[in-house]
Design a protein around this ligand. Structure first.
Ligand SMILES: [Zn+2]
Length: 468
């Protein structure tokens, strides 16, 4: 059996791992790689393997760095099933179409510049139509149900507790060449214990080979409850100052988490009555998917729904308005009272959040509230680093806002949670491969796993393969 790491190798993006066994090729995830523009384009456009040779694909969850290059995989000739949970399939329907639209728009912009320089146009990585076509290959599978996906290969999806529909991938393989039965576990992205809406990550009882994420392999998060309290205090302070709370937020997962947290605080009278806006069409579509998958909810949200008869929509309440059209979004520019605006993109790189930041960042009464990891070189990162002058739409603005960061809302397990999850595997893995982490996180987690459990751990490089 061979495992090749075609993405998320010593980085957090572009998750793609290929398993070759019994004459079949099984692809785990097909994510988009994020990096410098030219490199990103080349790497995403040209898949590092022949798409036609892949028999079947398993998708751990809907985030773009795991699912985002599926339309290109299908465009290049993949014709197998894409197995994932039902919620993941439904999220992908919205997210991949949105991504296709973004790919087309980005290329339009690039081609305008190329035309001026007399260069030939480039093609989009994929189009919205490609995204639509790829949806035909998705096949839903419930959690905890085993299914044969290739000769001698049984797939079970466990709840990864990372976002709605996220899964740990368990492959029970009858390795016919080596005449042995082995279990390969791919953690996908692992969530935190005690995060609302979704359940905690499921434990795995045994693994021979483990491919595991390491995003926060070297860091600890504050407890979720502490950051929920800080969220309340920040909103109260900003309200008293007469300012706005501006939250750049990923449309998928984080926005619903924030909406649910605000809903609870509003119902309990813990925050002042003030208008709250979710200004993101994708977030609206995705929230609809959240509403249709209660099978993924944890006890906390089910209890909330039981005890709040008048509030039986966790993602809707009287102070909350979703703004879909551009006209509605632009009306928010005239707001002149304390309010909360949640908008994408999560790293404040593009999208409607830029308009809100532009309008309010020079006002010292404003709070910018960051709840997700911010990549280097993004506006979000510059805000976290409290840079005094920031560029938005090419113009310079004084950053007079109060900037607060709440890492407790993270969808990723921290170092201790990752170690605990491995510790719960009663028959520990013979070999462990750490993916989906910057080198520092991955190597520090590798060290921790070796010291604590005496495991054999590798941190694969891009395109590195292992015969196991
Ligand atoms: Zn993820």
């Amino acid at each position: 059996m061979r495992i090749t790491f075609f993405g998320a190798a010593r980085t957090v993006t572009g998750s793609q791992h290929l398993i070759e066994v019994n004459g079949h090729r099984i692809l785990l995830d097909c994510g988009l790689y994020q990096g410098r523009r030219a490199e990103e384009y080349e790497r995403n456009l040209n898949l590092p393997f022949d798409a036609r040779s892949v028999s079947v694909m398993v998708l751990s969850h809907a985030h773009m760095d795991h699912s985002g290059n599926i339309p290109n995989l299908v465009r290049r000739g993949f014709r197998g099933d894409i197995l994932c949970t039902y919620a993941t399939r439904d999220l992908c329907a919205s997210m991949l179409l949105d991504s296709g639209h973004i790919q087309e728009r980005d290329v339009e912009y690039v081609n305008k510049k190329r035309r001026k320089k007399g260069q030939p146009p480039v093609q989009p990585i994929y189009t919205q139509q490609d995204a639509m076509d790829s949806l035909d290959y998705f096949t839903g599978q419930a959690y905890n149900r085993a299914r044969e996906i290739a000769p001698g290969v049984l797939l079970t999806l466990l709840d990864a507790g990372h976002m709605l529909g996220s899964a740990i991938v368990v492959l029970d393989i009858e390795d016919r060449e080596a005449r042995r039965d082995v279990r390969l576990v791919f953690s996908g992205d692992l969530g935190r214990v005690g995060i609302p809406i979704i359940r905690d990550p499921q434990m795995v009882d045994s693994a021979d080979f483990l491919i595991m994420e390491s995003t926060y392999g070297s860091r600890l998060h504050p407890p979720y409850e502490d950051d929920e309290k800080r969220l309340k205090a920040i909103i109260q302070d900003t309200y008293r100052a007469g300012g706005m709370v501006i939250m750049p937020s990923f449309a998928v997962g984080r926005t619903q988490q924030l909406v649910y947290a605000l809903h609870k605080l509003a119902v309990q009278g813990e925050i002042p009555k003030m208008p709250i806006f979710v200004d993101s069409p994708l977030a609206i579509d995705v929230t609809a998917v959240f509403r249709t998958h209660p099978e993924c909810y944890d006890d906390d949200i089910l209890e909330f729904l039981r005890t709040n008869g008048d509030h039986n929509d966790p993602f809707g309440f009287s102070d909350l308005t979703y703004t879909r059209t551009q006209a509605e979004s632009m009306r928010l520019n005239d707001l002149n009272q304390p309010a909360i605006i949640i908008s994408a993109s999560g790293m404040a790189e593009h999208g409607r959040i830029l308009h809100h930041l532009k309008n309010h960042i020079e006002d010292p009464r404003t709070t910018v509230l960051i709840t997700g990891w911010q990549a280097p070189e993004t506006l979000g990162r510059r805000l976290v680093e409290k840079e005094k002058i920031v560029r938005i739409f090419g113009e310079e603005y004084h950053n007079n806002a109060r900037v607060e960061v709440l890492n407790g809302f993270s969808g990723h397990a921290d170092r201790d949670e990752l170690l605990d999850w491995v510790g719960a595997i009663s028959r520990p893995p013979r070999r462990t491969f750490l993916v989906h982490g910057e080198p520092k996180s991955a190597f520090e987690l590798a060290q921790g796993l070796k010291e604590r459990f005496n495991l054999q751990v590798d941190v694969p490089d891009w395109k590195e393969w292992f015969e196991v």
